[in-house]
Each structure stands twice: as C-alpha cells, then as structure tokens.
Design a protein around this ligand. Structure first.
Ligand SMILES: Cc1ncc(C[n+]2csc(CCOP(=O)(O)OP(=O)(O)O)c2C)c(N)n1
Ligand SMILES: [Mg+2]
Length: 904
C-alpha cells in the first residue's frame, strides 16, 4: 500500500517538474500554476480519492513545516461546498415571513419598554441571529416528549427577546408579557431580561447571560447525559443534542473555550455549538485587524472538533464558481474583520470599489450587479439554506462535537439605526423613520397611523404562517425552550440511618473524615445509592475519598485501557465505563458545571441525582463564584463540600489556600443553605434533612458545608439538638454553675475546641461560667431574623414576631462572644439580634504558613484569645474592671503589641 503511494507521489513529482519546466521560472505565480497543473494531472491519472489522499499527506507535511501562522484554518469560504449542501426542505417564503414577524416583535418589545422606562434591552444580537435560530426551530430543535427529554438548548442570553417573540407567535406568551419585557414587577407580571429558570421556571432551562458559563455548562451537560446513559439511568427513545449558541465576543471568556478539549476527548458528538460571528462585541469589532472566524476555526480544529464555517450566502456561490483565478478567495482572505464591518455600513458602491475593485478581474465578476444588489450579497448566517445544510451535517456528524461558525451582521436589518455600527449593541430606541424602514425591509403589515406605537404583530390563527409554525413545532415534539419538571422523589434515608454518628467516637476524627464515612454509608443505601454523584477535582486523596475509587469506579467513557500501576493494591485507581465518580481533574469550573448538570437532572431528565462535590474550599466560591450563582438561578440541588476550610485549620498551605470567607460568600446566594458544622453528628443531621428537603419535598435549594481537616474526638449527640443544628445555633455545653459572672461563647467548626478550652480557663481562673454554643449557620439565623424584622415593620400594630435567635437567647444573661476560623463578618451577621450585641473573634487578613497554635494566636482566636475577648466584653459592659483584662493579657501570655494581620 505505502509502495503504491510512493510510486504515485513520484509520478506527480515528475509531472510537477514537467509543469515547472514548461513555465520556465520559479516565481510565486508560476509555482502556483505549476501546482495547479500537477493537481489536474493527478486528478486525471489517479482519480479524486487518491488525489485527496495525497493532498492530505502534503497538508500534513505543510503543517509540520516551520511557518509563521499556525495553519489550522482552512480558506475563508464555507466548509460545505454547494454541491455537498443538503437541500433545504422547508418553505422559504413562509419561514422568512415568520422570521420577519419575530424580528419585528423582538425589536418592538425592546423599543416599547424603553419608550416609557429605562430598563434597557438588546435589539442587535437577535437581529443578527434570527436566521440561525429560526432554521433550528423549524427543522432541528426537538421538544420534550414522554420518552425524550428534549434537545437541551443554551440560548445566547442577549438574544432572549427573539425567544420571547417566537413564544408570542406560538401563543405561549401574550401581549401583556411582551409589553412588560424587563418589568417583572409590573402588574400581571413581566418577562425577565435574560434566560433565568429561577424567574421563569417553566420556560427557561439554562441561564447563559453571564457570558462564558453557558458554553462551559453545555459541555458538561452533554457529558453528564452520557454518564447517565452509561450508568443505565436513562430510558430515551433518542439521545438529546446539546446546543449552545454563543457570541463571537463571548469566546474571549476563558470559561467559554477553556474546556473544549473535553468535548473531543470524550467524543461528545451530542454537542453542537453555534457561534454567531457578527464580528462585533459591545464596544466594537471582536478582531478588527484579524479574522475571528479563522482564529476560532484553528482553535477548535486543534482541539479536535468538527468545524463548519458558514461564511457566505448562496449569492456568493455563483461568484466563487466563476472565479477561475482564485482571486476572489484571495481577496476574501486578505480583508480583515474591520473591512467586512465597513462593507456593511457603507453603500454597495463602496464594496464594489474597495473589495472587488482591488483587481479588475473581480470587478468584472460583479459587473452584472447593481450597487444595491452588491450591498445585499448575503452572509452565510443570514441564509437559511446554508444554515440548514450546516445543521444537518452537524446533527449527523459522528465522534466529534461540532462547532458552526456563522458569519452575520450585528443589528441586521436596523439600517441606519445600528446595522454593523459600533454602537449597535447598545441600541434600544428607534425613531419613526427607522421603524418605517424596518417595516419595509421585512414587509411587516403594520399601517402608518400606528407604527409609532411599535405595536406587536401576530398573524391570524388560520394564516399559513401560523399553521406552518405550529405544525413544525408539533412535528418536532413540542415547544422550546421549556423546562418540564415531573415530580420524582427518592427514597432517602431517615436520620436514624446515620445513627453511628450520634454515638460519637473516642478516636479522633475530622469533619472531612466524618463526611467520607457518611458518603460511604450513603452509597450503600438502597434508596439513593445509584443517585449519588461524587464529584472531585483531583483531590480525592487529599480528602481520603480514594477509597471509593475501587468500589464505585471513576467514570471513563473509554473504560480503562491500561493496567493501573497500583492494580495489586486494595484501593487501586479504577476507571470504568459505568463508573460513578466524576473525577474531573484540575478544573473547579468544570466540576461546578458537572455539579449543576447533576443537580438539575431532576428537571432536565426527570432523574433526581444527588451531587456531592468536594473541593478545596478556597477554590470554590472565591474562584468560580459565578457558577455558584448560576446553581441558584438554575434551581440546582445537591451538596457542596468546601473541604480543608479555615484560615488557620489548614495551616501549612499558606495565603492562597487558607479560606476564611467562603461562608460569607455562600451567604450571598439566596437558595444556598450554608453550614459550618463542628461534629460528625451535626453533619449527619444536616445532610439527612437536606436529602429530605431536596429529594422528598422537592425544594430547589442546595447546601454549602465547610469541612475541616483537624482531628479531635467526636462527641455523642446531646439530646434534642437536631432542630438547633438545622436552624443554626444550639447550646452544646453549659458552663459550670455557681460562678460570679456569665458569658456565652459561640464556636463553629473545629474552633469550637478553642471555645471549650476557653470555657475551662474562664471557670478556673476568672470566675466566669461560659456556656458553649455550636453555631452551625449564621446565615440561616440571619435570614430568619430578617424575615421577622420585615414582617414586624410592615405590621407595626400587631404583636411582634421574634426570630429563632432572639427567642433562644432572650433569657440568657451575660455577654456573648463568637469565635470561628472565618473572618469576623461571618458571625457578625447576627449581631443586631443578640442581646447586648456580639463580640467576635476571627481570622481577618491574609493567611500564612505555620503551626495551628501560632496561627491562632496570630489571628487572636485561640483559647487564650477567646478568654481575653470574653473578659473584655464583660469589662465593656462594666461587669469587670478593665484592669482584669490587663492582668489576663499578662497571665495568658498574650503580646499586646504583636503584629496584626494587615487590614486596610
Ligand atoms: C461575563 C460577562 N461579561 C460582560 C457582559 C456584558 N456584555 C453583554 S453582551 C456583551 C457583548 C457581547 O458580544 P458577543 O459575544 O459578540 O455577542 P453578540 O451580541 O455580538 O452576538 C457584553 C460585553 C456579560 N453579559 N457577561
Ligand atoms: Mg458578536
């Protein structure tokens, strides 16, 4: 075989020398001509297949040759040549009319909203993407049916008006909704600005408007769909496709493209991305002096994706076919995006002069076209036939994800009001003249006398357009977007299933170890074992979860194609096609995307899954906080475990690892319940209740739990504390009686140990009886208190309600002190509701490496510092003399002039 190729190659080489000889010299054009002759000779003698094979070899040699550009891009023309283009099966005229009405309504809702309010909105994004979406709606997106979850579509956030406008034609939204776009609090309700399942839970599935997150999540969603299939948890008639629609500017977000290799590595041919390359972002061109389509093509091809470029509309096919010299493609290649933008804004005469006019041959090509016709030469993304062919090819492509790079015009159809202009993205208003032009261009049947009001337009129900539109959606399974949640509960374990945690243990353990034990027994519970999804970003060994590798396996679509080096050990690295663990590697963003896919499986698949995502707490809320926010918006359920938490408990790792503020960040997410448990039994109580609330009651909430790596004996559960554990505060150990003074110390996480030690010192040396409370959740205490406060304010003459924390502490005497391994703002959340206020000790400032003892002294929250804080709080209330505090500073060996953690 290889011999034959050699012979053939030789033949071609010799033909080439003949050709070169006949042309006489070796300058660039001559070489080009010679190559063409060789190519034609090869085609004649070897046939197209063999020639293609030889050319591929040449191209691969060319790629490895040192050259100035990466060379992964193909010529600046459509990937699918006209002769391979699947024919468009729809009725183009009707589809164009439907699209025009949607365009109009999408524009009208923004213009209307901004005529009376300042709520903003975007016209230009959808204007550029209308064809891209409409072809997919009429021919590709499959809706949810009983045996099919529906294709999962990540709509570009700024194109939302288009989706609403379509839903209006479909009869799913009425005029009032459109009227109240971005006015959700208006009477009768309104429409959210962007895709938010939290705000429109029966409509939107995926939040996308924080740019970059949609593409990332779509990949992990597609991967999660495969995971469910591999584990036998689905029962579909067909596999859903995951579509993501992105802006070209959006591709600069690291999140957008940072995970694309996952798509190729795991052969996710269930993924189709469509990048609307309108060449503009918000401020101006995406790559004015370059070509974004070519850049993206190289990137995706390098990452192993199937790339389909849809650059030119059908009008260009004829010109390209006539261009025997190759000059047209050359011209297309040499123009940069800034030029292409200019050809939109300027009249056709400009394009004739500056684009075609560069070469007389090109001018001739367009001699038969008027300037008006030149200005209307379509870009690929505005041509339904080209988009259809691309989608068809993408949906049939095997083994690789596909990206379609569709070239469009930002603000298409807006004319002087913004088409192709740099201000296009921000355009929200149109004057009457501009509205008339828009109406004429798209043939909207709206009369002059009402046009200034930008009325919405919906054709009558028996019109061909309406019939066509509804028939198409019916044939494709139903409307989209749609979020369909069927009630599905799990047979979750009751609290007594975790009774081993209630006994406590003399052997020392950390809360991380308690968690490992907890998930291990959960994986043995019949009702939920299959639904648990452990997610780990390359830290299983850090947390002691590696024991799970062998038992439940790591999910790998390829299985394990090698013998692991530790095969002979008990806990070897075990990958399997139906593995249960999602071992993500070092990507906290990717892991969160998996958490979200698993945590919304109850909605997207009707299969409730229970993600437990455990990670270094510092690299969670702080690093990828926006994905936590999305988890709230998308109504995800599950458990997030911020392990190795605590600015001093994780001691050796230093400044960039030591987390003392994730709890505060978690407290900002409305649907996230955050806890800081100190003991194994608290963890069990919280998880058991979470399972009930999320998977039996169906609450759309998720949990953030801090876990620590400090070992201490785990105490047995005191009687009757479950309610307090869940509400956020309970008395763990009362102080000794018969002391002169009274204090209360709130401790949380492992720092409850400092509080317990302080309790002893205070009793023995300072005649203070200190009750020790475990503060499991300042956030929940605060939310409850705020709720009461608000009610009281709004019902001023009715008996006031008291919050849990106020009731709990009402009868307590003395001072209140809080100590934790977090910044003071965490406990400070409840200060207004603590009788006499709360004196807090915490870890404000950057962390550093040292022993726990030294760090805790440095931050001033070890046992001695807690004693000092308590005495000072007593002194501030006049209950002891300040001199006693002075004395204690000496007795306890605290250096009053010690370096302070830097705060500005
Ligand atoms: C993370 C994030 N950063 C910034 C923005 C603000 N923003 C909204 S749209 C936009 C420009 C979008 O350009 P592109 O992605 O090309 O989309 P187009 O509207 O051109 O289709 C920007 C900067 C955002 N929504 N999200
Ligand atoms: Mg753009």
């Amino acid at each position: 075989m290889s011999n034959t190729v050699k012979v053939e190659t030789k033949e071609i080489y010799s033909s080439r020398s003949k050709a070169a000889a006949s042309t006489g010299n070796g300058n660039g054009d001559m070489v080009g001509e010679s190559l063409q002759t060789v190519f034609e000779l090869a085609l004649e003698s070897q046939g197209p297949e063999r020639t293609a094979e030889l050319l591929e070899k040449l191209v691969s040699r060319l790629r490895s040759a040192p050259r100035p550009s990466a060379g992964l891009a193909t010529p600046y023309v459509n990937t699918i040549p006209p002769e391979q283009q699947a024919p468009f099966p729809g009725d183009r005229d009707i589809e164009r009319r439907i699209k025009s009405y949607i365009r109009w309504n999408a524009m009208a809702m923004v213009v209307k909203a901004n005529s009376t309010t300042n709520v903003g909105g975007h016209i230009s994004t959808y204007a550029s993407a209308a064809t891209i979406y409409e072809v997919a709606f009429n021919h590709f997106f499959r809706g949810h049916t009983d045996d099919f979850p529906g294709d999962m579509v990540y709509f570009q956030g700024h194109a939302a008006p288009g989706m609403y406008a379509r839903a209006f034609l479909e009869g799913r939204l009425d005029e009032k909704h459109l009227q109240n776009f971005r006015q959700e609090l208006a009477e009768g309700g309104g429409l959210p600005s962007y895709p938010h399942p939290y705000l429109m839970p029966e409509f939107w599935q995926f939040p996308t408007v924080s740019m970059g997150l949609g593409p990332l999540m779509s990949l992990y969603q597609a991967r999660f769909n495969r995971y469910l299939q591999a584990r036998g948890l689905t029962n579909w008639k067909d596999e859903p496709k995951v579509w993501a629609f992105l802006g070209d500017g959006e591709c600069d977000e690291v999140d957008a493209l940072g995970a694309i290799t996952l798509g190729a590595r795991e052969n996710l041919d269930n993924v189709i991305w469509v990048i609307n390359c309108n060449l503009q972002r918000l401020d101006g061109p995406v790559r004015g002096s370059g070509k974004i389509i070519q850049e993206l093509e190289g990137l995706f091809r390098g990452a192993g994706w199937n790339v389909i470029k849809v650059i030119w509309g059908t009008d260009w096919d004829e010109l390209l076919a006539k261009d025997k010299s190759g000059l047209l493609v050359k011209r297309m290649e040499e123009c940069v995006d800034g030029d292409y933008q200019k050809y939109i804004v300027e009249p056709g005469s400009y394009t004739r002069k500056h684009f075609f006019g560069k070469h007389p041959e090109l001018l001739q090509l367009v001699n038969h076209l008027t300037d008006g016709q030149i200005s209307k030469l379509l870009r690929g993304g505005h041509d339904a036939r080209k988009m259809y062919a691309a989608y068809k090819s993408a949906t049939e492509h095997k083994d690789q994800p596909t990206v379609i790079l569709a070239k469009t015009v930002k603000g298409y159809g807006l004319g002087k009001a913004g088409e192709g202009k740099n201000i296009s993205h921000q355009q929200k208003k149109m004057n009457e003249k501009e509205l008339r032009e828009f109406r004429e261009r798209f043939n909207i049947p709206i009369s002059d006398d009402i046009i200034a009001e930008t009325p919405f337009f919906r054709p009558p129900p028996d019109s061909p357009e309406m019939k066509y539109l509804l028939e198409r959606r019916k044939a494709l399974g139903g409307f989209l977007p749609a979020r369909v949640v069927k009630p599905a509960t799990l047979d979750v374990p009751k609290l007594d299933y975790f009774s081993e945690f209630f006994k406590g243990s003399v052997t020392e353990a950390s809360t991380t170890m308690s968690f490992v034990r907890l998930i291990t027994i959960l994986l043995r519970h019949k009702g939920v074992s299959k639904n648990v999804v452990p997610i780990i970003p390359d830290e299983a060994r850090t947390f002691g979860l590696d024991a799970l590798f062998k038992d439940i396996g790591i999910y790998s679509p390829k299985g394990q194609l090698y013998e692991p080096v530790d095969k002979t050990s008990l806990l070897y690295y075990h990958e399997a096609k139906d593995g249960q663990i999602l071992e993500e590697g070092i990507t906290e963003a990717g892991s969160m995307a998996s958490f979200i896919a698993a945590g919304t499986s109850y909605a997207s698949h009707g299969v409730p899954m229970i993600p437990f995502y455990i990670y270094y707490s510092m690299f969670g809320l702080q690093r990828v906080g926006d994905l936590f926010w999305v988890a709230g918006d998308i109504r995800a359920r599950g458990f997030l475990l911020g392990a190795t938490a605590g600015r001093t408990t994780l001691n050796g790792e230093g400044l960039q690892h030591q987390d003392g503020h994730s709890l505060l960040l978690a407290s900002t997410i409305p649907t996230c319940l955050s806890y800081d448990p100190a003991f194994g039994f608290e963890l069990a109580v919280i998880v058991a209740d979470g399972l009930r609330r999320m998977y039996v009651e169906g609450e759309d909430i998720f949990y953030y739990l801090s876990l620590y790596n400090e070992n201490y004996p785990m105490p047995p559960m005191p009687a009757g504390v479950e309610d307090g554990v869940l509400k956020g505060l309970y008395k763990f150990k009362p102080g000794v009686e018969g002391k002169k003074l009274k204090a209360h110390i709130f401790g949380s996480g492992p720092i409850i140990q400092s509080a317990l030690k302080a309790q002893e010192i205070l009793a023995e040396r300072y005649d203070v009886s200190a009750d020790i409370w475990s503060a499991t959740s300042y956030k929940l205490l605060r939310t409850d208190a705020i709720r009461c406060q608000r009610w009281n304010m709004l019902h001023p003459t009715q008996p006031a309600k008291k919050s849990y924390v106020e009731n709990l502490l009402a009868k307590e005497q003395g001072v209140f002190v809080a100590v934790s391994d977090n910044i003071r703002a965490v406990p400070d959340q409840i200060t207004p509701w603590v009788p006499g206020g709360l004196f807090t000790l915490g870890t404000d400032g950057f962390g550093r490496s040292d022993t726990r003892a030294r760090l805790r002294r440095f931050f001033g929250m070890d046992a001695e510092s807690t004693v000092l804080g308590t005495l000072y709080a007593l002194a501030q209330k006049g209950l002891v003399e300040m001199q006693l505090v002075e004395k204690a500073i000496k007795d306890l060996g605290v250096n009053p002039e010690k370096t302070q953690p830097q705060l500005v």
